[in-house]
Design a protein around this ligand. Structure first.
Ligand SMILES: NC(=O)c1ccc[n+]([C@@H]2O[C@H](COP(=O)([O-])OP(=O)(O)OC[C@H]3O[C@@H](n4cnc5c(N)ncnc54)[C@H](OP(=O)(O)O)[C@@H]3O)[C@@H](O)[C@H]2O)c1
Length: 346
C-alpha cells in the first residue's frame, strides 16, 4: 500500500521543513509515489521565459552549458526552479502511474499525454538526460520523471493542435483570461512586451474586451517582435520601446493617448527593471497586472510610493478559472494567431 501524502505536497519538502513545495529550497524527488500522486514520464520542459533568458545569458547561449546548468539545478533542488528568478515553467509528459487517492480526484490513466498547469517550481522532478535545448522556443527535451499531487492542475493535450503549440500557450495560460477580467469596454490598454507569447495573447484579449471604442497599445522590443505584433493587427498602436527606460515608455503612451494614459497596463516583459515604465504609463487610478515573473515586488511598491502614485498593482497569478480552455480557444478562434504561434513554437 503506498504511503499517504499531504494534498498540498508538504510530504515532499526536504528543506526548509514546514514549507509547501513552491517555496521549498529542496524537494524529495524519489520513488515510489505516494497514494495521492501521479507519476509522469517527462518529454519536454517549457522553461519559464524569465528563467530561460537568465540561463541563456549566464551560459553565453551555449546549449551544452545550458543543459549542464539545468541538470545541476534539478539535481540540487529536486525541481526545475531557477535560483535567480525563482520561476519554473511547465512540462509535457505521459502518465505512468496513478496513486489510488489521486485516481479519485483526476480522470486520468497511464498513457494519457498531459501538460502541467502549475509551475515547475512546485513539481518534484528527476532528469536522466537532456536531449535538446531549443533556444528559439525556451523548450528543453528531456528524459525524466515528475510527480504531480492531487491538487496539481494539469490538462490532457488537446487533439486538434500540435503538442508544442499547446505547450507554449499553456505555459502562459493565465495571461489572457486575467486580461479579459480586468479590461472593460472603451478602456485604453497598454501591453508591455506585446510581441511576446503572453503579450500577443493579452493583446488579443484586450482588443476583444476593450472593443472598437477602446484603444490597445502594444510594445515590441526588437524589430522582429515589433513587426510581428503589427502584422497581427490587434493593436491601434505598436511602439518599439525599451521597457527598462521608464521615461521613454511614459512619453510613448502620453503621446498616443493625448496625456490620458492607460486604464489597464499588462506587463509581459521577460527581463527585470520594467516596473516603473508600467507604473508611469498607467492612470493614477488605473490597474497594472504584472504577469512578468521578472517583476520585483519591492521595486514596484516602493517605486509607486516614491512618486506618490495611488495605482492598483496585481501580482501575476498564473491561474484563472478555465484558463487552459480559454487560452487554447484563442488558437481556434484566430487563424492569424495560430499561424504566428505555430511558426514560433510548434
Ligand atoms: N504569471 C505567471 O504565471 C507566468 C507564467 C509564465 C510566464 N510568466 C512570465 O511572463 C513573462 C513573459 O513570458 P513570455 O513567455 O510571454 O515571454 P516571451 O515570449 O519571451 O516575451 C517576452 C517579451 O519581452 C520583450 N522584451 C525583452 N526585453 C525587453 C525590453 N528591454 N523592452 C521591451 N520589451 C522587452 C521581448 O521582446 P524581444 O523578443 O523583441 O526582445 C518579448 O517580446 C516572463 O517574465 C515570464 O516569466 C508568468
Amino acid at each position: 500500500m503506498p504511503k499517504k501524502g499531504c494534498p498540498y505536497g508538504s510530504h515532499r519538502v526536504l528543506a526548509p521543513a514546514g514549507l509547501l513545495p513552491q517555496a521549498a529550497a529542496k524537494l524529495d524527488n524519489g520513488l515510489p509515489i505516494y497514494d495521492n500522486e501521479i507519476l509522469v514520464d517527462v518529454a519536454t520542459l517549457n522553461v519559464d521565459s524569465a528563467s530561460f533568458t537568465q540561463i541563456e545569458d549566464a551560459c553565453g547561449k551555449d546549449p551544452d552549458r545550458m543543459a549542464a546548468m539545468i541538470l545541476s539545478i534539478v539535481a540540487e533542488r529536486g525541481k526545475m526552479q531557477n535560483p535567480v528568478t525563482g520561476s519554473g515553467g511547465v512540462l509535457i509528459g505521459t502518465v505512468a502511474e496513478v496513486g489510488p487517492r489521486a485516481a479519485a480526484v483526476h480522470a486520468v490513466a497511464p498513457g494519457d499525454e498531459i501538460v502541467t498547469l502549475v509551475s515547475l517550481s512546485t513539481t518534484p522532478l528527476v532528469l536522466d538526460r537532456i536531449t535538446a535545448v531549443r533556444l528559439e522556443t525556451d523548450q528543453v527535451d528531456v528524459a525524466g520523471k515528475a510527480v504531480l499531487f492531487e491538487k496539481t492542475v494539469f490538462a490532457k493535450l488537446p487533439p486538434d493542435m500540435p503538442r508544442k503549440l499547446a505547450l507554449s500557450v499553456l505555459d502562459v495560460a493565465g495571461a489572457a483570461p486575467q486580461t479579459e477580467r480586468l479590461v472593460k469596454p472603451g478602456d485604453t490598454v497598454f501591453v508591455l512586451g506585446g510581441g511576446g507569447k503572453s503579450g500577443m495573447l493579452c493583446c488579443y484579449a484586450a482588443r476583444k474586451r476593450a472593443g472598437e471604442s477602446g484603444m490597445v497599445i502594444g510594445t515590441g522590443h526588437s524589430a522582429r517582435s515589433t513587426e510581428r505584433l503589427r502584422a497581427l493587427g490587434l493593436c491601434d498602436h505598436v511602439v518599439q520601446v525599451d521597457a527598462t527606460n521608464p521615461l521613454a515608455v511614459e512619453r510613448a503612451v502620453r503621446e498616443l493617448t493625448g496625456g490620458r494614459m492607460a486604464d489597464v497596463t499588462i506587463n509581459c516583459v521577460n527581463i527585470d527593471g520594467t516596473e516603473m515604465g508600467a507604473i508611469l504609463a498607467t492612470k493614477p487610478d488605473g490597474t497594472i497586472y504584472f504577469f512578468s515573473m521578472a517583476t520585483s515586488f519591492t521595486r514596484a511598491a516602493l517605486g509607486a510610493e516614491g512618486i506618490g502614485y495611488d495605482v492598483t498593482m496585481l501580482i501575476g497569478n498564473g491561474y484563472a478559472t478555465d484558463h487552459a480552455a480559454k487560452s487554447l480557444d484563442i488558437m481556434r478562434e484566430s487563424e492569424k494567431m495560430r499561424r504566428v504561434f505555430e511558426e514560433l513554437y510548434a
